[in-house]
Design a protein around this ligand. Structure first.
Ligand SMILES: [Zn+2]
Length: 370
């Protein structure tokens, strides 16, 4: 049932909840925006980037809404390792990465300084927790209590990420760690939307072997049916190829990755699971050639409600840079039906993030005393 906007506002006011304002409607008709961004990093691996005001300027009238988060990990500048060379990316140093919890406070303060109209366009996410620590969930709750009215979800945080996981100081994160279960369980209870990065496979995997982390990921997802979970990048990475990617000539393959995704989306046990197609490293697989585009489009058309576009751009200096991933996908946008394209670019975002906002605000109202 579709509740009319004025009636919805009355219901929400009675609940003491401010309705997620629809900035798209307020500022520009939704169909004039290119997309809503389900995956965006304001800051980089050394916690530097652009201000949120700058980001809003970059979104301009081209992008409707966006998630807002930094990066949970800080690259240490070890003088013993790289001397006076200051690394800004995890591939530029052998020194470890460590969890940088202050990122959540930074994002919250940036957000709180905005006008209501500006805030309505953004969905801040909590990321500064260690998913291998049984106390990780406590950090998330503390952030909600310190900054009520700000956050919509948690993530992007990583469990298995090529070149990154092995560099993180302390215990290695795992899909089987009960610490992660407690986090997903809490997210479900609060209504926080979850954006999780976990590679489906190890880097440079043998084309014939089973994806190493697939069954663990499926078990994890199954254990949390009440939590809305977006599996970032469909489990892919720079060198974590789509399953079966190099088994036969490009353009010839019956993409196994596609059937894995189809199996998950067809199974009611995963009805709470979504995928994002963010990152230029993911776009490169999808737009390899007309076959890969068609293979991908077929699964998007079959499950148009389960995919979200995101850029995964980090701290863009300008709009041209920010729109580059969207533009890489031009061949895909061309073949998708208008309805499916609209859902992946915009509507699935508003549906999921509006629902999460509402639930989190209600949890805050019920659980945080003033
Ligand atoms: Zn990302």
């Amino acid at each position: 049932m579709k509740i009319q906007q004025p009636i919805l506002i009355v219901i929400l006011c009675c609940l003491g909840v401010t309705a997620p304002e629809n900035p798209v409607m307020a500022q520009k008709p939704a169909d004039e925006y290119l997309f809503n961004d389900s995956h965006f990093h304001l800051t980089n691996y050394i916690q530097e980037g652009i201000t949120v005001n700058k980001f809003l300027e970059i979104m301009g009238s081209v992008v409707g809404r966006s998630t807002l988060f930094g990066i949970p990990l800080q690259q240490e500048w070890s003088y013993q390792n790289s001397g006076s060379y200051a690394p800004t990316y995890y591939l530029q140093s052998d020194a470890p990465l460590y969890y940088y919890s202050f990122t959540d406070a930074y994002i919250a303060m940036q957000y709180k300084a905005l006008s209501k109209e500006q805030q309505a366009r953004l969905d801040p996410m909590i990321i500064g927790f260690n998913p291998a620590d049984m106390y990780g969930v406590k950090h998330i709750e503390r952030v909600l209590r310190t900054f009520p009215g700000v956050f919509t979800g948690i993530g992007e945080f990583s469990i298995h990420k090529e070149f990154v996981s092995s560099k993180v100081a302390g215990e290695t994160a795992s899909l089987t760690n009960p610490a992660l279960d407690s986090i997903l369980d809490f997210a479900g209870r609060v209504g926080l939307i979850v954006l999780i990065h976990s590679d489906i496979d190890v880097p440079f995997a043998k084309p014939t072997a089973e994806a190493v982390y697939l069954s663990q990921m499926k078990e994890l997802l199954k254990r949390h049916p009440a939590t809305t979970i977006i599996w970032a990048h469909m489990g892919l990475g720079r060198v974590v190829h789509p399953v079966g990617y190099s088994s036969i000539e490009p353009g010839e393959r019956p993409s196994d990755q596609v059937s894995i995704i189809e199996d998950i989306l067809s199974d009611p046990a995963f009805s709470h699971v979504y995928f994002d197609i963010s990152w230029d490293e993911v776009a490169k697989y999808i737009v390899t050639n007309s076959k890969t585009i068609q293979n991908s489009a077929s699964v998007f058309e079959k499950f148009p409600d389960r995919f979200l576009f995101g850029t995964d751009i980090v701290a863009p200096p300008d709009q041209k840079f920010y729109l580059s991933v969207y533009e890489m996908y031009a061949p895909l946008w061309k073949v998708l039906s208008p309805t499916t394209s609209e859902k992946i670019r915009k509507l699935n975002y508003t549906k999921l993030f509006d629902a999460a906002r509402l639930k989190v605000r209600m949890w805050e109202k019920a659980n945080i005393s003033k």
